[in-house]
Every structure is written in C-alpha cells, then in structure tokens.
Write a protein that binds this ligand. Structure first.
Ligand SMILES: C[S@@+](CC[C@H](N)C(=O)[O-])C[C@H]1O[C@@H](n2cnc3c(N)ncnc32)[C@H](O)[C@@H]1O
Length: 225
C-alpha cells in the first residue's frame, strides 16, 4: 500500500491495522522514533544508546536508525539495537516494499542484512551499531534479561490500542520500565489518554509532543528514577 509520502506500508488483515500511518511510513518513523527518540538523546550528549524496539515488522525503524547513524559525524556513538517480533514477515512480502529505494539504502544492502540476520544472535551491522532480533513476544523479554542491556531508548511501535489492546496495558509498560535504566525515553506514535494513564501507572513521566504531519500529538514517556 502506497502512503502519502511515497513510501509503502502493509495492512495486517487479522489485526485490521496498518504497520504505519497511511499518511507516510517513512515520515512517521523519522518524526516519532528518530527525531523525538534517537536524536533527542544524541542532542543531550548521550553516546551509548541501547534501543529496545517493540514490533520489528517491516524493519523500517531499524533501517532508518542504521542509515542515519552511519554518517561519519556519528562515529563516536555506540548503539545496541534489540527488536522483538512475534510474526516475521515473509521474504515475498518484504520484497515488495520500496524501502531500499525510498531510504536510499544502496541496493537494499542493510534492508536484506537485518531481515536475513539470524534470530537471537547479535550482529554488527555498521561500525557503531550492533543489532539483535528476538522472535518472541515482548511480554517474554524477562526470560532473556541476562542477554539484554539496560535500555535508554524504547521505540514502542505496536499495532494501535483499538486493534491490539493488550500491548498497551500497564503490565507491559511495567515490564519495559524494569528493562530500562534511569532517564530512559520511550516514544510512540499513539497519543490516547488511556495509554498515557497506563504509562503513568507504570511510573513513567508522560509528556505529549507534536505528532507527525496531520497528527496532533504523540507520547514521550521518561523513567525518572
Ligand atoms: C505497527 S507494526 C510494526 C511496525 C514496525 N516497527 C515497522 O516499522 O514495520 C507492529 C508489529 O508488532 C508485532 N507484534 C505483535 N505482537 C507483538 C508482541 N507481543 N511482541 C512483539 N511484537 C509484536 C507485529 O507482528 C507487528 O510486526
């Protein structure tokens, strides 16, 4: 499916939801996860960034993160990217996405590396970024806690609360709180009042930021302790 910004997204007809905003997959990902997540941390002077992504899906957030931090000005960063996924997409479906072109990933090298990478095995994709995919529900992350760093950035990219409500409940946010270090920043495209309440119930400090084009708000949650 073609979004308004020329990038593709997918529709999951079991969950009845798209993988990204139809207004623009790349635009949304760059605004929510990179601008308000990754770059906000870099601007604060953080150089070791441990990212936890909930929902690997098409790999778009990972691809953009790898591509943007591959610039020489980010050579000083050390990034560990861990992503969780329950239903990996098939090579046939992935092959139809136009991300290698839209994201200027030359010949789709990074896109195929991250998708063909083995599950549960750390892999150095670029000089400053280590990448590990976990084929399991985020709810089971505690079982591999000894293999995870303390996260200081969470890309929360689950399907929308109306379509997969269990992902947005307080116990999931409590789990993420437990996996993260003080000053951890969680970003998500969602701005629902109930989600804000659930994050607060898990002890996150919640603020709203302007959303991507044509979306009024998104959520930024921080672990203050
Ligand atoms: C909104 S889509 C993902 C978007 C993804 N970040 C991308 O750029 O394509 C949500 C993803 O979460 C995955 N998912 C569903 N339940 C999950 C769970 N319990 N733990 C981890 N991922 C889950 C879905 O299979 C889907 O790929």
């Amino acid at each position: 499916m073609l979004c308004d910004d020329g990038s593709h997204t997918l529709f999951n007809d079991v969950i009845n939801d798209t993988y990204h905003s139809r207004l623009g997959a790349v635009t949304e990902s760059k605004h929510v996860f990179l601008k308000n997540g990754l770059f906000a941390l870099i601007e604060k002077g953080v150089t070791e960034i441990n990212i936890l992504e909930v929902g690997f899906g098409t790999g778009l957030n990972a691809l953009l993160t790898i591509q943007e931090t591959g610039l020489p000005k980010f050579d000083h960063l050390k990034i560990n990217y861990h992503t969780f996924e329950t239903e990996p997409l098939s090579p046939e479906i992935l092959g139809k996405l136009n991300y290698p072109t839209v994201v200027a990933d030359v010949a789709g090298v990074i896109f195929s590396l991250i998708h063909n990478d083995k599950w549960g095995v750390p892999f150095q994709v670029t000089t400053n970024l280590n990448f590990t995919k976990w084929k399991m529900p985020i709810q089971k992350a505690e079982t591999i806690k000894d293999k995870l760093p303390a996260f200081n950035l969470i890309y929360f990219d689950a399907f929308a609360p109306n379509n997969q409500p269990e992902m947005w409940e307080t116990p999931v946010f409590e789990l993420l709180y437990g996996l993260s270090c003080p000053q951890c920043r969680l970003v998500t495209y969602c701005a629902k009042a109930q989600v804000k309440r659930n994050l607060k119930a898990a002890d996150f400090k919640v603020t709203a930021a302007p959303g991507p084009p044509r979306k009024r708000e998104m959520i930024i949650a921080e672990k203050i302790a």
